[in-house]
Design a protein around this ligand. Structure first.
Ligand code: NAD
Ligand code: UDP
Ligand code: UDP
Length: 318
């Protein structure tokens, strides 16, 4: 007999989680959003609260959770360096205990489970672009380790639950993603630059700005999530999801200044410890496995709508 799929999204009140909840509701699922509101906010999901097939639960994933669901997207974890370094022990606990609890839940109810892993598992990469078989160059005791090693350990747990208990797992390694609902104060480069430009403040480039990143607009990423979740059990990942278009941080600053028409100047600050010098996903595996999936939104268009979002936010809240 047909019934709606019940889908749990942890971290569902965050930037990516809230967009994912929206997409899953549009597809006719029952969506349960679980979040402790550490970096997420009700504002991101307030428009979903009166939808009959949406449910919100305040809960910290480091504690057990007993529910009946068909699929789990495990996104709970602060994602920006400022936030994940604020309480590094809690960050590791969120990745590791959170994974154990969600895997325990998936095992008990037989749910498919998706893990939001990260390109940070590659650390400061010596292989470029990064392919999934590259094992990474992570400093296990540095300030980023709580995030990088927490996510690496979560991957280990996912693969052990898969091998040991036969769980249907989907591990996505997400590369830098941006768009509306990014936290304005989380210090990530796209939001920082746009907010600085809109306020006419100096644009803070860390280091000489020659380090690179590859930025994916959130709609392309969410499409990848849903397609990966729909694959059969033989597809476990890890799978890179991101946009292979690579630019230097300096170039990004110049584009933002140009697109906002700002008079901001570039200023240079120290590069944070262990900041990766280059990053670009090889998405061959995703393209071949997810029916030709690849990002379709250009940096120009993605930045355009993100600038628009922050312009409105500033007009509303200053
Ligand atoms: P975000 O900070 O906006 O969202 C994370 C959400 O998790 C927030 O709503 C937060 O309140 C919640 N959360 C944190 N700790 C929790 C806990 N212990 N229990 C319950 N909820 C908790 O970040 P985002 O950019 O939306 O990232 C979502 C996921 O994607 C994260 O797992 C992140 O590591 C991963 N990721 C994101 C990017 C990116 O560029 N945005 C890149 C790689 C990986
Ligand atoms: N767990 C949970 N919800 C469930 C089932 C399990 O939160 O529906 C948690 C529980 O705290 C447990 C963890 O997941 O410690 C791992 O579960 P598993 O069955 O793998 O191991 P065990 O119960 O033996 O520790
Ligand atoms: N960055 C910067 N100025 C800022 C914020 C970040 O130059 O105001 C740099 C940062 O040092 C890094 C890159 O931009 O080299 C991307 O930083 P972000 O924190 O967005 O993502 P991550 O380092 O996790 O990829």
């Amino acid at each position: 007999m047909w019934r709606r799929k019940r889908v749990l999204v942890t971290g569902g009140a965050g930037f990516l989680g809230s967009h994912l909840c929206e997409r899953l509701l549009e597809e006719g699922n029952d969506v349960l959003c679980v979040d402790n509101f550490f970096t997420g906010t009700k504002d991101n999901i307030v428009h979903l609260l009166d939808k009959p097939h949406f449910e919100l639960m305040r809960h910290d994933v480091t504690f057990p959770l007993y529910l009946e669901v068909d699929e789990i997207y495990n996104l709970a974890c602060p994602a920006s360096p400022i936030h994940y370094q604020h309480d590094p022990v809690q960050t590791t606990k969120t990745s590791v205990h959170g994974a154990i609890n969600m895997l325990g839940l998936a095992k008990r109810v037989g749910a498919k489970i998706f893990q939001a892993s990260t390109s940070e598992v590659y650390g400061d990469p010596e292989v470029h672009p990064q392919t999934e078989d590259y094992r990474g160059n992570v400093n296990p005791i540095g300030p980023r380790a709580c995030y990088d090693e927490g996510k690496r350990c979560a991957e280990t747990l996912f693969f052990d639950y898969h091998r040991q208990h036969g769980l249907d797992i989907k591990v996505a390694r997400i590369f830098n993603t941006y768009g509306p609902r990014m936290h304005p104060q989380d210090g990530r480069v796209v939001s920082n630059f746009i907010i600085q430009a809109l306020h006419g403040e100096d644009i803070t480039i860390y280091g000489d700005g020659q380090q690179t990143r590859s930025f994916c607009f959130y709609t392309d990423l969410i499409e990848g999530f849903v397609r990966l979740m729909a694959t059969d059990k033989t597809v476990t990942g890890p799978m890179n999801l991101g946009n292979p278009y690579e630019i230097t941080i300096r170039e990004l600053a110049e584009r933002v200044i140009e697109m906002t028409g700002s008079k901001s100047k570039l200023i240079f600050k120290d590069l944070p410890a262990d900041d990766p010098l280059q990053r670009k996903p090889d998405i061959t595996f995703a393209r071949n496995t997810l029916d030709g999936w690849e990002p379709t939104v250009s940096l120009e268009d993605g930045l355009g709508s993100t600038i628009e979002y922050f312009r409105n936010l500033i007009a509303k809240h200053g």
